[in-house]
Write a protein that binds this ligand. Structure first.
Ligand code: KIV
Length: 276
């Protein structure tokens, strides 16, 4: 049965890549969040979140590790599957974890798992120009790809910590070139993490594909945060770009609705969530 045709005619049709592209063109900010299980996925879907990421941040917020490095493909497939069962409208992206895409063939077989077993509609991978070959390989075989650049949490041990990226002229120039190369290779979304506002704005204005930011300032096409940060249930210190949306005693669903509204009307991110 062609259920997608029935869903397309519903009052809340499922978000597709075309929806996200149209939102960029029309200037409607895209609201994105992570979710790792059916109940929370259903809650964020109901609250109007456009894109849900079953991210490898699950290693930190669910498994309690200090980094995302220990996360495996099996872990992401498990959480993707669970999140997919809770979604009706939101677009599900599955994260390829650390060292699960070292060759085009490995990237393809793990993307197959995220899409066929996990029911993700897109895969996300971290890396700049060095991932062009992988992105080309996946994109030319119709695997939708989100390319994550700027701060790459999987590289934390190489970087020596979770640090702001693209602050000097040379690295900003390189990041812009990487973003363009990834778009040319077929990336459908570029995600920017922890970079100065000005660079986020520049990359967004130069790319045709939607650009989603996390700590990348207000002038991107959409925002993403870790769900547990906005619900203020993350253990320990939260990143500067995180905002607690439960203030005033909001319920979880009201907190997520407040986040979606703040993203749409530009109230989030505020200057205190940004970098220069
Ligand atoms: O794994 C994750 O949740 C992410 C987002 C924070 C962008 O990569």
């Amino acid at each position: 049965m062609y259920t997608h045709l029935q869903q397309r005619d519903s009052d809340k049709p499922p978000v597709t890549i075309s929806t996200l592209e149209k939102m960029k063109t029309e200037g409607t900010a895209i609201a994105c969040l992570t979710a790792y299980d059916a109940s929370f996925a259903n809650l964020v879907d109901e609250a109007g979140v456009d894109l849900v990421l079953a991210g490898d941040s699950l290693g930190m917020v669910i498994q309690g590790h200090p980094t995302t490095v220990p996360v495996t493909v099996d872990d992401v497939v498990y959480h993707c599957k669970a999140a997919a069962r809770g979604l009706t409208r939101s677009f599900l992206v599955g994260d390829l974890p650390f060292l699960s895409y070292t060759t085009p063939q490995e990237a393809m077989s793990n993307s197959r798992r995220l899409m066929q077993e996990g029911r993700a509609k897109m895969v996300k991978l971290e890396g700049g120009a060095m991932q062009v070959e992988i992105v080309e390989y996946l994109a030319s075989r119709d695997v939708p790809v989100c390319a994550h650049i700027g701060l790459k949490p999987q590289s934390v041990h190489k970087l020596g910590g979770f640090k702001i990226q693209g602050r000097d002229k040379a690295s900003a120039k390189q990041m812009l070139a990487d973003a363009k190369a990834l778009e040319s290779a077929g990336a459908d979304i570029v995600l920017l993490e922890c970079i100065p506002n000005e660079l986020g704005a520049k990359i967004t204005s130069e790319l045709k594909v939607p650009v989603i930011g996390i700590g990348a300032g207000p002038d991107v096409d959409g925002q993403i945060l870790v769900l547990y940060d906005i619900l203020n249930i993350t253990i320990g210190r939260k990143p500067r770009f995180a905002q607690d949306f439960t203030v005033g005693g909001r319920s979880p669903i009201d907190a997520v609705k407040a986040y979606v509204e703040a993203v749409r009307n530009g109230d989030y991110p505020a200057p205190e969530h940004c970098f220069s």
